[in-house]
Design a protein around this ligand. Sequence first.
Ligand code: SF4
Length: 216
Amino acid sequence: MTTTGNEGRLFSAGPSPQDRFTPAVRAVLAEIDAGTERLSRASGLRCPPNCGACCLSPEVTASVLECLPLADHLLASGRAQDFLARFEADPTHRPCFLYEADPLDPERGRCGEYEHRPSLCRLFGFSARRRKDGSAELIACIRHKSAIPEAVQQAQVAASREEGVAFAGDSALALAGIDPALARPLLPINEAVAKAIERLALRHSLSSPRPGSASE
Ligand code: SF4
């Protein structure tokens, strides 16, 4: 990110710099949660305790749009600047900077921003997609398949009935309906979060009175 000499004001903890799209994104994420919870209840599908294997994947992607609630929270809690500093310092940008790994076993850990995580982190393993023939299939997690195969089977049955199940394609369409330009492309997660922070920080600085301006 290009520095402006005004970073203290840009990134100081304080009132949330709400982006106009953030409430709509939160509503889509809540809808996803409702669907994945229904599938979980219908099938008994649960992640193995403390499994963080999917968070280590370099394939975790998100759009800037769906990272706005997360960026909003990082800005409001005063941690956005640290995130950007790490993003600039670590050229690999991997794995997700929000993942809090067990120091003794990196595959065990937790999401440090579970409540604000983007759509893929909510959908993977607990949602459905369409096959070419139009039927629904579970987007299954390989860890679930080996640890709890019966629950995966039940989840596949529940997904094929389509009753209140979250479809990844529907969520992508709902996000694109909020703002098609920001809903694409899908970027590596850390890049998407960094860009969302920059967007909100910029909007915040543009809407705040400048020191010494007539309005202060
Ligand atoms: S946002 Fe949270 S759930 Fe998603 S990859 Fe990062 S640590 Fe994992």
